[in-house]
Design a protein around this ligand. Structure first.
Ligand SMILES: NC(=O)c1ccc[n+]([C@@H]2O[C@H](COP(=O)([O-])OP(=O)(O)OC[C@H]3O[C@@H](n4cnc5c(N)ncnc54)[C@H](O)[C@@H]3O)[C@@H](O)[C@H]2O)c1
Length: 251
């Protein structure tokens, strides 16, 4: 059970946290409200500074998740300044939709680089720091319901999200002995800039809502609540699993 001070003294790094209405920022707000020191990392520096500036206990850092050197430098900086890293949320992602026969190799490469390689580099850098500190830790990787089924028109996106689901289970097996837990979260249709920019909302919004048994689009806070549970001690015996937060669409 969460108490309101679940993350006191913990340091949490969240990627893709710049956008005010994004899931990463919602997680940052909730973690900070539960006592954590939060670092929101992104490539949208101006927006990120503004978003972090509005959260007590949060700060912004530039990070392109595809950069190996960037990851190593940021994690080293976080540990140097805050003494530890306890929580990592690999939330950054892009959604370039398009059917297989029309898809470009460039979009494929970019999607895999950000959504999949970014998660690999993040888990590696984060786990190394957590192991060195010896305090254990919790990693949550944001996949999607597109990582659980064959979502029409999502060849690259779906491939990256299926990969994240599998990578989560491998990391959980390897890191368990260090008391580092790794789980994946699979959002459904969440009302963020990503959903709007994908053009998915235009014309399809009503159809999308009708496909959700609970009758509404998800909000970033719906995901943040699940992520908070997974990184808290309440989930101490939970690792290597996938958690669907989609109002009942999948399954
Ligand atoms: N919105 C949805 O319906 C939905 C559904 C399922 C899964 N997801 C996943 O949830 C996560 C969060 O997405 P969101 O809905 O909050 O959208 P969002 O667009 O608000 O957030 C994604 C963030 O990732 C950042 N980002 C992109 N490339 C980056 C890079 N190279 N390095 C660092 N940051 C980078 C963006 O700048 C942005 O701030 C993503 O992984 C997305 O795939 C979203």
């Amino acid at each position: 059970m969460t108490t309101g001070n679940e993350l006191a003294g913990r340091v949490a790094l969240i990627t893709g946290g710049a956008r005010e209405r994004g899931q990463g920022a919602a997680e940052g707000r909730l973690f900070a409200a539960h006592g954590a020191k939060v670092i929101l990392a992104d490539v949208l520096d101006e927006e990120g500074e503004r978003t972090a500036g509005g959260i007590d206990g949060a700060e912004y850092a530039h990070l392109d998740v595809t950069s190996e050197a960037g990851w190593d430098a940021l994690v080293a900086d976080v540990v140097a300044r805050h003494g530890r890293l306890d929580v990592l949320v690999n939330n950054a992602g892009i959604a370039v939709m398009g059917q297989l026969v029309k898809a470009s190799a460039e979009d494929w490469d970019r999607t895999i680089a950000i959504n999949q390689t970014g998660v690999f580099l993040g888990m590696r850098a984060g786990a190394r720091a957590m192991i060195a500190a010896g305090n254990g830790g919790a990693i949550v990787n944001i996949s999607s319901i597109a990582g659980l089924n064959g979502l029409f028109g999502s060849m690259a996106y779906g491939a990256s999200k299926w990969a994240v689901r599998g990578m989560t289970k491998i990391a959980a097996k390897e890191l368990g002995k260090h008391h580092i837990r790794v789980n994946s979260v699979h959002p459904g249709y969440i009302e963020t800039d990503m959903l709007a920019q994908g053009g998915v909302v235009d014309g399809f919004r009503d159809k999308m809502i009708r496909s959700v048994p609970t009758g509404r689009l998800g909000q970033p806070t719906d995901i943040a609540n699940m992520v908070l549970f997974l990184v808290s001690d309440a989930a101490d015996y939970v690792t290597g699993q996938e958690f669907v937060v989609d109002g009942g669409v999948h399954g």
